[in-house]
Ligand binder design. Structure first.
Ligand SMILES: Cc1cc2nc3c(=O)[nH]c(=O)nc-3n(C[C@H](O)[C@H](O)[C@H](O)COP(=O)(O)O)c2cc1C
Length: 327
């Protein structure tokens, strides 16, 4: 069982923070399906949170029954990160997480995200400041290192533990790998050997088999799933079922259709403009359709939709054709 201090993470399964994806609407969808033991906001700029900017306060919203939920912050300034962490705690988050894995140029240019992995002394100051600022559990998410020549996650994760972090998540890729690279789990296994706090594995965990093989190799305490959860939001339920000794079920065509349409409706209610909702629909469709039979066709239909209504009609028509094919 995965515990982060006294917080139980059901099934050892966490939804990865994903900017532009894991907002309240997407997290609701994942929670409704079930199996996921921890949700997390997309990354939140610490300074904006500390200063309680209106837009940022919208981004950190979570449901009262969303439990446990983590707020992830990014930045470089220990003072702003500590203040941001304190606001996260005041808002009622159960866990505050530090982003040390983001590869984006914009975040790294300001020396936040994964570029922090090159500066252990700054990391020490940040972790110390954040730890001192909050009573709730504090966790860190990192990559295996900056590049192939500096896979320092074992040392850095150990440093974080010694400074009071209560769990670490390690994405097996380096920053240089971005989202490619060759799968290498030895560094993750080394982190697990060095640490006494829980270690959560991340990177290309997409189904029961990849979860179990990653665990067998690294001895990790839990799993964090990102893109696999957009492609297949049922993945948590499937892994949870397998862990309980059951046989994981694939969602039916009806369930896939209804889930997508419900999500679209929620987006429509959330975004004020058709443009915003449609943009988000297309973003999610890129991954979601990979999990659907003839998904390339569905993706094309959604991408070519000019309005939300047209996208919904296209989804209905696509699934109707699929049902006829299997009938
Ligand atoms: C669209 C997108 C947005 C992301 N945003 C964040 C983020 O806000 N914070 C973070 O720590 N990682 C972010 N990541 C990285 C994921 O959390 C995760 O570490 C990575 O995708 C590897 O896991 P996966 O193979 O299960 O997707 C993002 C990834 C994607 C694809």
């Amino acid at each position: 069982m995965l515990m982060i201090r006294d917080i139980e993470i059901a099934n050892g399964l966490a939804l990865a923070p994903m900017e532009g994806v894991t907002d309240l609407t997407f997290r609701r969808l994942v929670r409704q399906i079930g199996g996921c033991g921890l949700t997390c906001t997309e990354f939140i700029p610490a300074r904006g949170l500390a200063e309680q900017h209106k837009k940022i306060m919208e981004m950190v919203k979570f449901d009262v029954d969303e439990s446990p939920v983590a707020i992830q912050v990014f930045g470089r300034d220990p003072v702003a990160l500590a203040e941001g962490a304190k606001i996260a705690q005041d808002l009622g988050a159960h866990i505050v997480d530090l982003n040390m894995g983001c590869p984006s140029k914009q975040v790294c240019r300001n020396s936040g995200g994964s570029s922090l992995m090159k500066e252990p002394d700054v990391v020490r100051d940040i972790v110390r400041a954040m730890r001192a600022a909050v009573e709730i559990p504090f966790t860190v998410k990192m990559r295996s290192g900056w590049d192939q020549d500096s896979k320092n996650a074992p040392d850095l994760a150990y440093l974080c533990q010694e400074e009071g972090a209560e769990a670490v998540t390690v994405h097996w890729r380096t920053r240089e790998d971005k989202y490619g690279g060759e799968r290498e789990l030895d560094t993750l296994a080394e982190v697990k050997r060095r640490l006494s706090i829980p270690v959560i594995a991340n990177g290309d965990i997409v189904d029961v088999s990849s979860a179990l093989s990653t665990q067998a190799y690294t001895k990790c305490d839990g799993w964090m799933i990102g893109r696999g959860a957009i492609k297949n939001p049922w993945v948590f339920r499937q892994i949870a079922t397998a862990l309980a000794g059951g046989t994981p079920q694939e969602p039916s065509l009806d369930e896939r259709e209804q889930t997508l349409l419900d999500y679209y409706e929620a987006l429509r209610n959330r975004f004020n403009s058709d443009h915003g909702a449609l943009g988000r629909m297309k973003k999610i469709a890129r991954y979601f359709t990979e999990g659907v039979h003839d998904g390339a066709e569905l993706r094309k239909l959604i991408f070519h939709s000019a309005t939300v209504e047209e996208a919904e009609e296209n989804v209905r028509a696509f699934f109707e054709r699929q049902r006829q094919l299997v009938a």
